[in-house]
Design a protein around this ligand. Structure first.
Ligand SMILES: [Zn+2]
Length: 192
């Protein structure tokens, strides 16, 4: 039911966001458009239009790190893990683990209202030291492609946490956001 509602209302929101971007030098108009977006966010808080990429900053072990992330977030007082999905390599397979139900507001990036309008995805690993391994990368690209297709998210709306918060390097200095956007774009083009 929720998904259907998402899809039915999505174009309206998309159009409103695009209109705001196209407004130049007309502050009043821009503010009115912004108010419209705020209203849509209030009415449809579960509609997400961006994907925000994070890393866990921990080395990925053979055990399920997603459980640890979940426990940490619960200890901080969150109602659920803050991310919508966690991607991690467990032994010889990469898995996409469901986190917070996607109709709920997230708890991963308050900047630019991304908890409201962006899915939060945590890749397990510390990518300040090395890029994600191939298997993890392929699973991530596939999941991002599915999300872009299902929710009509343009790949240019795939962000790193650092794009929203200048104080952070998340998802890591060695995590190539341009490559991620390119790989997802290529997949989407292949599917047309
Ligand atoms: Zn982050």
């Amino acid at each position: 039911m929720c998904i259907l509602e998402d899809m039915n209302t999505f174009d309206f929101r998309h159009a409103a966001l695009n209109r705001t971007v196209s407004v130049e030098g007309n502050l009043k108009h821009a503010l009115r458009e912004l108010a419209e977006i705020e209203k849509i966010i209030r009415e449809y808080p579960h509609i997400k239009h961006y994907i925000v990429t994070h890393h866990s900053l921990t080395a990925d072990g053979e055990t399920l790190s997603a459980d640890n992330i979940y426990d940490n977030h619960r200890k901080k007082g969150y109602v659920d893990v803050g991310y919508d999905w966690i991607i991690e390599q467990i032994e010889h397979s990469a898995q996409v683990i469901v986190g917070r139900p996607m109709h709920m507001k997230g708890a991963h990036c308050p900047q630019k209202k991304m908890n409201d309008i962006g899915f939060g995805i945590c890749w397990v690993g510390n990518f300040n030291t090395a890029p994600p391994p191939d298997m993890l990368w392929r699973a991530g690209v596939k999941h991002y492609t599915d999300l872009c297709r299902t929710f009509n998210i343009p790949p240019t709306n795939i962000l790193g946490h650092r794009d929203c918060n200048n104080d952070r390097t998340c998802p890591g200095d060695k995590f190539d956001m341009d490559r991620l956007i390119n790989d997802v774009t290529k997949n989407l083009i292949k599917e047309v």
